[in-house]
Design a protein around this ligand. Structure first.
Ligand code: AMP
Ligand code: GLY
Length: 425
């Protein structure tokens, strides 16, 4: 079977590695990919949102399975696009329908869905230009800090947590009246601040059945000790030590099952991954956000812990046969540490030559995120450059292995957090 994978980050390198190892995979194409995905397949210079170029490529190259990494093409409706074309409609796309992707594409949609299905989440209100004054009143009723969220996709920047009522009103005005996040903030969700510890749970579903994948906790801040600016993620660990069976049982009963059943009841087609961003509030799980895809860098530790053939699992998702599959998980702990360009998440330079250690133990996998092949060399091509994932008997050991390998990776401006998983060491 020929497989097309869409995306170009560390997540896609992790997918590419595992799909290429499948006995079902004849040829793997990655659009557009990076210097890491090149080790596992053929990179194709097509953008993830260029549906007509994807259509043509899939037809000419006998692609039989499409795996979507990032959220954009899903929110833009790639699943429905395939169904609408005679030549494509029998080629499965792993990822939800356009409506299903609204769980991530619209915070208001996600909140309404959770309310309809009694899924624990922060109390909220949603406001537009017509209801701006109501929004100010709603802010007055909140106990600070106040959480404001742009409804639509805002490249991970659309959530503001502000310390007082005055600033919250100012921000609400900027979001709605001055298009602070463009169209994404035409609607704003204001919600109750939840105090707790975050963790993430991932599920693969065929729309009826589901499999729970290894959980993870990510470290979003740029600085050690969780300080400084927010990033796409500077590292993560799996499994999360405080996520015990009791908490997972609550997650499954109160969050996962009502979500899958809710989608089914409402006739929303969903064959793909659901990422539950959760807050543990005194032992009770609350949904902070849904994502309609796998996380990055979470994928770089979640997938390597799955021993089951990934292409087989994804085909079972496409055929509605996930219940027939077992998922085998590697019991070892895993951590990934992001190696970033100096300056990230603000301005940084690209095109720096990367040198890699010649000998890396089989416990460590170097995933490429923002890299590019340039002749014989590999150069930096993004803020997050590499994700170095390691297995260990515990989190501490896994992080230490990744850190030791990163010490041997060189490029100008290299930066990484040495303290990933610090609370659990
Ligand atoms: P999101 O883009 O929805 O994941 O939000 C970004 C970050 O804001 C989350 O990872 C949380 O750290 C924080 N956050 C979002 N909503 C809340 C909330 N209701 N209470 C506390 N923190 C929140
Ligand atoms: N690491 C967070 C995300 O993928 O959304």
């Amino acid at each position: 079977m020929n497989i097309l994978l869409l995306g170009s980050g560390g997540r896609e390198h992790a997918f590419a590695r595992q799909l290429s190892q499948s006995s079902l995979c004849t040829k793997l194409f990655i659009a557009p990919g990076n210097a890491g995905t090149l080790q596992h397949g053929e990179n194709i210079a097509i953008g993830v949102n260029d549906f007509s170029a994807i259509e043509q490529f899939v037809t000419v190259n006998n692609v039989e399975l499409v795996v979507v990494g990032p959220e954009d093409p899903l929110v833009n409706g790639i699943y429905d696009y395939f169904l609408s074309k005679e030549a494509l409609k029998n080629i499965p796309v792993i990822g939800p329908s356009k409506t299903g992707a609204q769980l991530e594409g619209s915070k208001a949609f996600a909140k309404q869905f959770m309310v309809r299905h009694n899924i624990p989440t922060a109390a909220y209100g949603e406001f537009t230009i017509e209801t701006l004054e109501d929004g100010f009143d709603f802010i007055d009723e909140q106990v600070p800090p106040i959480v404001l969220k742009a409804d639509g996709l805002a490249a991970g920047k659309g959530v503001l947590i502000v310390p007082d009522h005055g600033e919250a009103k100012e921000q609400l005005r900027e979001m709605i009246e001055q298009n602070k996040f463009g169209k994404a903030s035409a609607t704003v969700v204001i919600e109750q601040f939840l105090k707790g510890i975050e963790f993430s749970v991932f599920v693969l579903t065929d729309g009826v059945n589901y499999k729970i994948l290894p959980n993870a906790k990510d470290y979003k801040r740029i600085g050690e000790g969780d300080t400084g600016l927010n990033t796409g993620g500077m590292g993560c660990i799996s499994p999360v030590p405080f996520v015990n069976d009791e908490l997972m049982k609550k997650v499954e009963e109160q969050v996962i099952i009502p979500t899958i059943n809710g989608l089914k009841q409402e006739g929303i087609v969903y064959k793909g991954f659901i990422y539950f961003g959760l807050m543990n509030v005194n032992g009770e799980p609350y949904v902070i956000e849904y994502n309609c895809r796998m996380g990055d860098p979470e994928t770089e530790i979640v997938l390597p812990r799955i021993k089951t053939d990934l292409a087989e699992l994804l085909l079972a998702v496409a055929n509605g046969k996930l219940s027939e599959k077992q998922i085998e998980i590697d019991e070892r702990a895993m951590a990934t540490v992001i190696v970033a360009s100096g300056g990230y998440p603000e301005d940084y330079e690209k095109g720096k030559l990367i040198t890699f250690p010649t000998d890396v133990s089989s416990d460590t996998i170097i995933f490429h995120a923002g890299t590019k092949q340039q002749g014989e060399s590999i150069v930096t091509n993004g803020g997050r450059v590499l994700a170095v994932s390691s297995f260990g008997n515990n989190i501490h050991e896994a992080v230490a292995k990744s850190n030791a390998v990163i010490e041997q990776i060189q490029f100008e401006g290299k930066y990484f957090r040495k303290d990933i998983g610090y609370e659990f060491r």
